[in-house]
Design a binder for this molecule. Structure first.
Ligand code: MLT
Length: 411
């Protein structure tokens, strides 16, 4: 008799965005005449920047000739992309990285989900709450969650609540934890941490020999000064942090798939005998065994993001989404909602009406305004009573969604 990984049974319902998709499909089937505006999953309205398209076309042509055809590439990514990343994303901010500290991948979802494999099962995991559900779900699947608890979380996970009361700034854990997931600019709250606040986490990790898993997928949306774009801007972070970046939201790659993870060689974990082991070595071993790299064509497309033309086009794209963010933010504020985020991030986080629970608010918005958002509770217990809207829609849809919310909810 084959047995299953019973940890999967501890996860309630489906993956958050699949569950939303299921409810929307059912609503559409029951109301085929309505046009639904989806500001739920953070999927870009597209299209890809022209520089990316041209570069990918060229790469496709190269694949047509024996002299320029590429088969398997390096599992860690091609140098042409890695070197551009180092130059533009890091050296420009005074951060020095070696090429073998960057791992190109097909998405930050996979990387933030897979990274836990290289850590011991006994590690205590701390996460800010609410947060991108992949971090908790993958640790629960691996067996680090323990049982589900009455509060809607898991008993072995240390939740660090972020809410309006603490201005969405997480407190350091009271107990010693091994792994710390931080996501800034934050998905879902759209809030950020200052350098001084982030420094506290780096210091904590150094004192406790913990590792910070820093998801910076939304760094390109930062507008204000003094907000760190990379955790490596903080002194000492090179010894304790792994950073995740993505082309998905920055350059419209949600369907094209390209991202990268930075694992500095100085970041270590420990054996039971307290021997330090480089995590770069372990991640490299994991990737070379389980991953065959991102396609040449896609990596050529990603590299075009760093050309002057690509940079200009990407900036325009980000400005477009951030204008959407202000439309949503200002529209909701005028309606009297309590609103957060949307200034340095493409996510707007709001308190639901009259203390309504977040799934009830989801159903109400879908029924009365035909607008899809994401219920805060799907991001963790502290997300209950909140709701997320994304700025990644088309402009007209975004404007119409705000009108519909105002009229549908009679605000
Ligand atoms: C989100 O909506 O939170 C993201 O689009 C999900 C993802 O990036 O996987």
């Amino acid at each position: 008799m084959v047995t299953i990984n019973e940890n999967y049974l501890k996860l309630s319902g489906g993956y958050l965005f699949s569950e939303i998709g299921r409810r929307v499909t059912r609503f559409k089937a029951e109301n085929p005449q309505v046009h639904i505006i989806n500001l739920g999953i953070g999927d870009v309205a597209g299209p890809l920047p022209q520089a990316v398209i041209e570069s990918m076309h060229q790469a496709v042509d190269e694949m047509a000739w024996p002299e320029t055809f590429r088969g398997y590439g390096p599992e860690q990514g091609y140098d042409f992309l890695i070197n551009s990343i180092i130059e533009h994303d890091y050296r420009s901010r005074g951060i020095e990285l070696d090429a073998d500290e960057i791992f190109i991948s097909d998405g930050s979802k996979c990387d933030t989900g897979n990274i836990q494999e290289i850590f011991g099962i006994e590690n205590v995991v701390a996460i800010t709450d609410p947060v991108y559900p992949v971090y908790v779900d993958t640790n629960v699947m691996a067996g680090r969650g323990g049982e589900a608890d009455a509060a809607g979380g898991f008993e072995r996970i240390v939740y660090l609540p972020c809410n309006a009361e603490n201005s969405f700034v997480p407190q350091l854990p009271e107990q010693r934890v091994g792994l710390i997931y931080l996501c800034y600019p934050n998905n879902p709250t759209g809030t950020t941490l200052s350098k001084a606040e982030l420094k506290k986490w780096v210091d904590y990790a150094r004192e406790n020999r913990s590792v910070i898993l820093y998801d910076a997928a939304y760094e390109a949306f930062i507008r204000e000064e003094d907000i760190p774009h990379s955790i490596y801007e903080i002194e000492g972070a090179m010894e304790v942090a792994i950073e995740f970046r993505s082309f998905s939201k920055t350059a419209g790659f949600t369907g094209t798939r390209c991202a990268f993870t930075v694992v500095p060689k100085r970041v270590v974990g420990y054996t039971r005998e307290s021997e330090a082991v480089s995590l770069n070595r372990l991640w490299n071993r994991r990737q070379t065994t389980k991953f065959n790299g991102v396609s040449y064509v896609v990596q050529r497309g990603a590299a075009a993001v760093y050309t002057p033309e690509g940079q200009r086009q990407v900036r325009e794209m980000i400005d477009y989404y951030m204008t959407n963010a202000s439309i949503i933010r200002n529209g909701l504020l005028k309606m009297g909602f309590q609103v957060y985020g949307g200034v340095n991030a493409p996510y707007i986080w709001l308190k639901t009406l009259d203390g309504m629970d977040s799934w009830t608010f989801f159903d109400r918005l879908l029924k009365d305004a035909c607008v899809v958002g994401t219920p805060g509770a799907g991001f963790g217990p502290a997300g209950e009573g909140y709701f997320r809207l994304t700025a990644f829609g088309a402009r007209e849809d975004t404007q119409e969604a705000i009108e519909r919310i105002k009229n549908g909810l009679k605000l």
